[in-house]
Every structure is written in structure tokens, then in C-alpha cells.
Design a protein around this ligand. Structure first.
Ligand code: RNT
Ligand code: ZN
Length: 422
């Protein structure tokens, strides 16, 4: 991309937005506050490093496709994330699952993980001056094979998972302490059943009991934020999900925890954008898993679509950026995985930029005066404004590839590294 052209296009865009009362320079400063947590699991199809050939198993989620180049070691994963970050403007965090520890070829079961298994990641994050978010991994394990973990009626299994999640909280708090930015530890469990159960109640009361046990230890909020993620259904778990939206929302409100809204986890006509201002009346903070549900899959690569736009708009319009932790959650194994990251993160950033470029005062005024045609018209007109030129300029000033340029960089990375992995 020609640098001068990018600047020229930005100057024009700046004038155009200024005429609508929007200061693009201010918007770009604000965009820097949008920190997206990169889900490490897009690099390797949610495999992790417990064994050299670890694969995602069960839990009602699946990565489909066999595009070459999947990361198989911690070094490859670090290299991939470094590459992704080098192609993104702004500052990102890293979101790790417990199966991504530095286990050094040893068998470390989930109820044995310790800070030392993640120190390498903490050191990596120090070098990048960024934070890490964390997740217990309550799937891809023999003790999850019967469909229940924290809500299991098998006390041995339930206790095992309680111990696992307790350890993830301890590790996450240490990440937060060392990195001086709180780590969000997000609990998602697959628990549910394929067919209609007769005893939902016991499973839900067991889940509540497990969470109560898990949260006994208190950690300072500046180190650790606890989050829980509800879901509507998973593949092979269609009839009932123990950790439903009502379950976790109730728990979060009562116990002042974060709720994670994954926009692939609701009925198709529900909009997570609409839920944000509802939930924020009752909890301090939210975690988002931004994704793209398609048919039965809840985890396609994020694109700049209506759903993601509404999510960003609702956060910006409610001035709630400081109460929303943003993560992505998808795993597409059918295309270049690095490309999948960069497309998804840039789409999410673009959605926030688009939202920040709204002439909010004018729109609110129209609304308050009942001028709904005018509101509708202005919202439509904003879709034709040159937000792409503003994003290009943001990339330029952040010294990362502008526009189509990142496509070629990823092709080169594929030729040099990904295609050589076996
Ligand atoms: C699954 C949840 C969960 C996982 C990750 C890997 O439906 O969305 O967040 O995708 O933990
Ligand atoms: Zn999720």
C-alpha cells in the first residue's frame, strides 16, 4: 500500500466524519483501549500439549478441516502468536487453556498442573508487556467422556474437576500478579445430555456445589477475575446443558462473578448485543467470546457482520469498554490458521472502530425527539462512510500491514514455516 495514499484517504475521511461531529483522531486513541484476547487454540485446533499427538475430543465441540500447518509444540505456538501479533494494530492479550502448559514431555494430569507449567508463558507475556487470560480444560479427557465434569454424579470425577479448576484459579492469579494485569479465568464445561434427562436438578445442584467449593479461596481482583460461560447446546448434547444461561447468570449475580457471553451459545434469533446492557445492570464486568455461529457450529472465524457490529455498538454506546473483557473463540482447521486469526481480530477491531465513528449525540437526540426516520436514515448513511480509510490509517500508524498487504505476508509465512510442519 502506498503510504501517501493511505494518509490522503484518511485526511478526506477525517473531514467527512468531522462534518458529522465525529473526531477521528480521538476515536483512534480510544480504539487503543480495545484489547482483544487472542485464543491460543486457533493455532492447533484445540489440541494442546499434554501429549505430542493431543487432539480435541468430545465436549460437544469440534474443529473441522485438515489444512496443513497446525502448531504442534509450544515453540511453534509462540512463533504463530508472535506472527499474528505482528500483523495486528493495537495491543492484544493472550488467552490460554490449561492444556497448553510447558509439560516437558512429562505426564501431568489436570489435577496436578502448577504455576511452573505456565511460567514460560508468563515470561513470554512479560517480554510482550501484555496480559494472559486462562481457562480450565474440562474436556478431551477420560473423566469427561461420560458427558459430565463439575456436575458429575461420580464423586471421583467431580472432585477431580473441582481440583483442576481450583488449580487454574491459582495459576491465573499468579499470572495476574506477575504481569500486573488481572487474568480472566473462564470456566466452561460441556456437561449435558444428548437425550431428555429426567434428573436435571441433581446435575445443576452438583454444579452449584462444585462452584462453591472452587471459589472458597479468595484472590485479589487485581490478579484474578472469575468468569463462567453458559451454552445452549453442544453437538451430541442437544437435549440439556447443565450450565445454561439462567444457571450461570444466577450464580454470577449472586456471587459477583463475571459472566461470559459467547455469541455462538444462544438461540439463533437472540442477540448478544442486546444482552450486554441487561447483564451489566447486575454484574460488574463481562467477558465476551466473539465468534460466528453457522448452523450447528458455534465457532467459525469472526467476520464484520451485523451481530458483531451490534455487540461493539452496544458496548461503545453504553460507555462500557472498561467493564467488558473481550476474547475471541473460534477454531477453523480448514484454512490457513494464522490467516483465520488475523481476519477475525481485524474484523472485531473494525466493528469497534465502526461503533466509535457513530455520531452518537445526534442519534440519541433524534431518538429522544421521536425522530425515528431520521435515526434510521443516519444509521444507514454511516454504513457508507469511509471507516476503512480510518482503519487503514490506524494500521499505518501502528506500523503493521495495511489493507491487502497482510495476505501476502501470511502466504510467505506459510511457505517459510507452516508448510514445513508435519
Ligand atoms: C465451547 C465454549 C468454550 C470453548 C473454548 C475452547 O462451546 O465456547 O469457550 O470454545 O473453551
Ligand atoms: Zn466460548
Amino acid at each position: 500500500m502506498d503510504k501517501n495514499q493511505v494518509i490522503k484517504a484518511y485526511e478526506l475521511a477525517k473531514e467527512e466524519y468531522a462534518r458529522l461531529g465525529v473526531d477521528t483522531d480521538e476515536v483512534l486513541k480510544k480504539l487503543d483501549q480495545v484489547k482483544i484476547s487472542l485464543h491460543c487454540w486457533q493455532t492447533d485446533d484445540v489440541g494442546g500439549f499434554e501429549t505430542p499427538d493431543a487432539e480435541l475430543g468430545g465436549g460437544g465441540i469440534a474443529a473441522t478441516g485438515n489444512y496443513p500447518g497446525k502448531a504442534r509444540t509450544i515453540d511453534q505456538l509462540m512463533q504463530d502468536i508472535d506472527k499474528v501479533m505482528s500483523l495486528l494494530p493495537g495491543k492484544q492479550r493472550l488467552n490460554l487453556h490449561a492444556i497448553y502448559g510447558d509439560f516437558k514431555g512429562e505426564k501431568v494430569d489436570r489435577n496436578q498442573i502448577e504455576v511452573k507449567h505456565f511460567q514460560r508463558w508468563i515470561d513470554w507475556a512479560k517480554k510482550h508487556a501484555t496480559g494472559i487470560d486462562f481457562n480450565p480444560t474440562c474436556f478431551s479427557h477420560p473423566y469427561a467422556d461420560d458427558g459430565f465434569t463439575l456436575s458429575s454424579k461420580n464423586e471421583k470425577y467431580r472432585k477431580f474437576w473441582v481440583e483442576h479448576v481450583k488449580r487454574t484459579r491459582k495459576i491465573a492469579a499468579e499470572m495476574g500478579r506477575q504481569l500486573r494485569t488481572p487474568s480472566v479465568n473462564n470456566i466452561w464445561i460441556p456437561d449435558g445430555s444428548k437425550d431428555v434427562p429426567v434428573d436435571r436438578n441433581t446435575h445443576r445442584s452438583l454444579l452449584k456445589k462444585s462452584l462453591d467449593e472452587i471459589f472458597i479461596e479468595e484472590y485479589p481482583r487485581e490478579y484474578l477475575k472469575d468468569s463462567m460461560e453458559p451454552k445452549l447446546f453442544g453437538m451430541g448434547l442437544e437435549a440439556m446443558t447443565v450450565g445454561s444461561a439462567e444457571f450461570y447468570l444466577g450464580y454470577a449475580v449472586k456471587n459477583n462473578k463475571l459472566i461470559c457471553l459467547d455469541n455462538g451459545h444462544f438461540h439463533p434469533t437472540e442477540q448478544v448485543g442486546d444482552k450486554i446492557s441487561a447483564v451489566l445492570q447486575f454484574v460488574d464486568e463481562l467477558l465476551l467470546h466473539v465468534t460466528r455461529p453457522v448452523r450447528w457450529d458455534s465457532d467459525h472465524v469472526v467476520i464484520f457482520n451485523d451481530e458483531v457490529q451490534l455487540i461493539a455498538q452496544e458496548i461503545v454506546r453504553s460507555n462500557a469498554l472498561n467493564r467488558v473483557n473481550i476474547g475471541l473463540d473460534y477454531f477453523d482447521a480448514s484454512i490457513n490458521r494464522i490467516g483465520a486469526y488475523v481476519v477475525g481480530v481485524r474484523a472485531a477491531q473494525l466493528a469497534f472502530l465502526f461503533a466509535m465513528l457513530e455520531p452518537l449525540e445526534t442519534l440519541k437526540k433524534y431518538e429522544e425527539e421521536g425522530k425515528y426516520f431520521e435515526r434510521l436514515a443516519l444509521l444507514e448513511i454511516m454504513k457508507t462512510k469511509p471507516y476503512g480509510a480510518v482503519y487503514d490509517y490506524y494500521c499505518l500508524t501502528n506500523d503493521v500491514p495495511v489493507g491487502v498487504d497482510y495476505i501476502q505476508e501470511i502466504q510467505e509465512y506459510e511457505a517459510d514455516f507452516l508448510s514445513k510442519r508435519s
